[in-house]
Design a binder for this molecule. Structure first.
Ligand SMILES: [Zn+2]
Length: 84
């Protein structure tokens, strides 16, 4: 296996402030590129990963709803949501 994949051709699927998602047309690997790491997921496993992330996000929202019944009115200007 050649880890550097010199013949890879990445096709960008999506971009956002936190990174981008591209698929390699040569090896069929979905690359999730984040500022500090890159996740490589086989294309056939990507729907499951995407579903898991959606489930996690829904769970986070549900948990934050339980924690703070009051709407966060003052947080918008203070928070830096991209810095974890
Ligand atoms: Zn590749």
């Amino acid at each position: 296996m050649n880890a550097s994949h010199p013949l890879c051709t990445h096709v960008r699927l999506a971009t956002s402030e936190v990174g981008e998602v591209a698929v390699c047309t040569e090896c069929g690997v979905v690359n999730i590129v984040l500022p500090f790491m890159t996740l490589r997921v086989p294309e056939e496993n990507f729907p499951e990963l995407a579903g898991m992330l959606s489930t996690a996000q829904a769970e986070l929202l549900a948990r934050s709803d339980q924690k703070s019944p009051e709407p966060p009115t003052q947080s918008d200007a203070k928070r830096e949501p991209r810095l974890h």
